[in-house]
Design a protein around this ligand. Structure first.
Ligand code: BES
Ligand code: MN
Ligand code: ZN
Length: 534
């Protein structure tokens, strides 16, 4: 993983391959070098803004301009990233603009060894944002390419993600991943020109853990289903627990059968690879509250007998993104030693059609004792989550949050970058929305209209796993609520849109697995540690 340091060197004096500066949109459309760029501007004879304008730069968000460094800088390349509108005098730069700019710069520097980031770093929040954005932008999933960097090992088996053959890391200097032009991520990030006091150091450390865990989730999501099945996912969780000191307990298919986990077993029974329920636990002696995080972990969603048509299944390795986010968030809580108890539940299964698969029309007896008529085997996420929610509820957590790539309807409603939040408590739902925003994740509160429950009535079972087509993202949330223990404050995050980026990369977000919801879950845990969640 990319290394990050707070350097005492100046932007001009640091031995690096490139220097990153910010450029803001000033009055009258001028490109204005942002705070932190002073030394670089000086090396340009005070003409950095003019040079950038001559090159067509305007300081817009996402804009990246590369220019050769003049004499006076140790680096040979200057990368100017747009920060959007310059803030009013004395005001701070927008946190997300800083994160995204740092991420765009890091992506533009893939294949480079070391870069100095001379962006605005006045307050610890700036340092946090730049560090986080840069580390999240410096991500690549190259495990499956000849001579891939082998920097990832999602399966935790030491073979590289899913056992793909890993080659040697790139040579220093150019830092190429291989001869085929696949670039390794920027290897070293030095933040220059900022303070290095306790607050800034703590911000950088938190950002480093957070980014490492978001990148863990991305690796898991990107690993193809032939190399990451429920058993492999459980093994990866055990490996992470060992490494970072949290407890991991795996329930295998025999124990699931004995326990009556009809949802997990019903979804998993068509697959050659059996389901698992994994319990993670981070505990802290000073903890006053306990939160339970529950993740949908469908390692591949073919739809089952209600098979998805071509065009709808190519990205369905991403259907375990919720479980990946939960694992990453618990690991982050452990690494940050948050004074809160966090339990994580991974509901792992592969949804496949076969002679042993659940048929549309079958009735499952769930762990809660409720019976469910499975009208559509492609509505499988709610079935595995139901069992995990019931199980998690037995421990009576103060708060429970599930995360799932649950419905295409949520993607239709909110698009590819925003997750939906539903909850049995309006204040809790609002709280999560606000925390997500501050963490740099787009989300929107969604309702739980009680009249949609009627559509889930079954003529033979307690409930069906489908309801009305209109509002079917909300129907899914209403189904889950049936399995939440009495008196537990609960929220459901439907990350089907933002979990997997099928368009081009932007800011610090790569193509493929994004690590959606990890930062929001960590923010929720931190808030609970302060004792003022909801
Ligand atoms: N995993 C899918 C939802 C999904 C869709 C995730 C697109 C990511 C991108 C889920 O299991 C599913 O198939 N949901 C169905 C439910 C329907 C059958 C009630 C859907 O949304 O169509
Ligand atoms: Mn499905
Ligand atoms: Zn699914």
């Amino acid at each position: 993983m990319t290394a990050l340091t707070l350097s005492s060197s100046s932007a001009a004096g640091l031995r690096a391959d490139a220097v990153v500066v910010g450029v803001a949109k000033g009055p009258k459309g001028r490109a204005v070098p942002a705070p932190g760029a002073e030394a670089v501007d000086e090396a340009f004879g005070g003409k950095l803004g003019a040079v950038l304008e001559a090159l067509g730069a305007s300081g817009g968000e996402g804009e990246v301009t590369k220019l050769p460094a003049p004499d006076g800088l140790k680096a040979s390349l200057v990368v100017a990233v747009g920060l959007g509108a310059a803030p009013e005098k004395g005001a701070a730069y927008d946190t997300e603009a800083l994160r995204r700019a740092a991420g765009s710069a890091a992506r533009a520097l893939a294949g480079t060894k070391k870069a100095a980031f001379a962006l605005p770093l006045d307050v610890a929040d700036d340092t946090a944002a730049v560090a986080e954005g840069a580390l999240l932008g410096a991500y690549a999933f190259n495990s499956y390419r000849d001579g891939g960097t082998a920097g990832t090992d999602a399966a935790g088996d030491g073979k590289g993600a899913g056992g793909a053959k890993g080659g040697k890391a790139g040579k220093t200097g150019k830092n190429k991943a291989n001869g085929a032009g696949v670039k390794a991520p920027l290897a070293e990030i030095a933040l220059v020109g900022g303070k290095r006091d306790k607050a800034h150091r703590a911000a950088a450390e938190r950002a480093t853990v957070l980014a490492a865990e978001v990148n863990r989730a991305r690796d898991l999501v990107n690993t193809p289903s032939n190399d990451l099945d429920p058993t492999g996912f459980a093994a990866a969780a055990q490996q992470a627990g060992k490494e970072h000191g949290f407890k991991v307990a795996v329930t295998d298919e025999k124990a699931l059968a004995k326990g009556g986990f009809g949802g997990l077993l019903g979804v998993g029974q068509g697959s050659q690879t059996p389901p698992r329920l994994v319990r993670l636990e981070h505990r802290h002696p000073k903890a006053k509250q306990t939160i339970a995080l529950v993740g949908k972990g469908i390692t591949y969603d073919s739809g089952g007998i209600s098979l998805k048509p071509a065009g709808h299944n190519e990205t369905m390795k991403c259907d375990m993104s919720g479980a990946a986010a939960v694992l990453a968030a618990v690991a982050a809580a452990a690494r940050l030693e948050l004074p809160v108890n966090v339990t994580g539940w991974l509901a792992l299964a592969e949804n496949m059609p076969s002679g042993s698969a659940t048929r549309p029309g079958d009735v499952l007896r769930m762990y809660s004792g409720k019976t469910v008529e499975v009208l559509n085997t492609d509505a499988e996420g709610r079935l595995v989550l139901a069992d995990a929610l019931t199980k998690a509820s037995e421990e009576k957590p103060d708060y429970m949050v599930d995360v799932a790539t649950l419905t295409g309807a949520m993607v239709l409603a909110l698009g590819n970058r925003t997750f939906g939040i539903m909850a049995n408590d309006d204040a809790f739902r609002t709280r999560i929305h606000v925390l997500a925003e501050a963490a740099g994740e787009q989300s929107w509160p969604m309702p739980m209209p009680p009249e949609l429950k009627k559509g889930m009535e079954s003529p033979i079972a307690d409930i069906a796993n489908m309801g009305e087509r209109m509002g079917s993202g909300l129907v899914a949330g209403l189904f889950l609520e049936e399995f939440v223990g009495d008196g537990i404050t609960w929220a459901h995050l439907d990350i089907a849109g933002p979990a997997f980026n099928t368009s081009g990369p932007f800011g610090y977000t790569p193509k493929g697995g994004t690590g959606s919801a990890v930062r929001t879950l960590v923010a929720i845990a931190e808030q609970a540690a302060h004792g003022d969640l909801a």
